[in-house]
Ligand binder design. Sequence first.
Ligand code: IPE
Ligand code: IPE
Ligand code: MG
Length: 256
Amino acid sequence: MSAQEDYTSLTRPDPPFSHPEAIPRFEGKVPRHVGVIMDGNGRWAQMRGLPRTEGHRAAEPVVFDTIAGAIEAGVRYLTLYTFSTENWNRSPAEVRFLMGFSRDIIHRRVAQMNDWGVRVRWAGRRPRLWGSVIKELERAEEITKGNSVIDVVFAINYGGRAEIVDAVNEILREGKKEVSEKSFANRLYNPDIPDLDLIVRSSGEKRLSNFMLWQSAYAELDFEPELWPDCGRQVLWRAITAYSGRRRRFGGVEGA
Ligand code: IPE
Ligand code: IPE
Ligand code: MG
């Protein structure tokens, strides 16, 4: 793939699709579904005396380097926590920036993602989310719906509790009196997507911040110290390497 096609008007060039640094040989299993809590943009900017929004800008090439690295590693589903239901609590200016920037990135990058074989998905709540963001997400979903290299889920206006409550309300509207774990999971935003195998959070914070509460029940957790704008595929690969050495028991007993 010719990596440097000009999909964007970035000041900084994107790294090439195939990284010059060879991909590590993952000795164990590669996770099927990875969730990334992309944290630390504001601190990255503040450390440089820049407004927080510059940290969000610096995050864009990192997002696409991470997607390319996930494809190279053989990850099948990648969920990127982009804007939480709690992020509305930020200043109106930052919220406005994050909405407009998300909309523009999806618009500018859909051709590139389509070339990479990415199927774009959205997880989140409709009310309150900017209509123009929903429009770009739905357009990207439509353009890329035939792709199957990787599903990249943008979690925008996403909250784990909101998703659970939305599922409950749907069940109530259907007039059901009882649910099973399976029928409940079928009402989540993207019921076809399997549970998370691995969650990676950057910036050293050790919490889930309302990320995929149902789907994380047996996820392996990995916390990386770098701020998100300093991350990239090497950080993802480091997390996958750690994951591949973990023993997942799911409540059972090994060797039994
Ligand atoms: C993550 O970086 C991006 C979003 C939550 C949208 P932050 O903006 O949370 O950066 P910090 O945590 O304040 O450094
Ligand atoms: C989590 O980061 C949300 C996203 C990365 C989109 P936050 O920065 O919002 O989380 P808290 O407030 O530190 O828990
Ligand atoms: Mg943060």
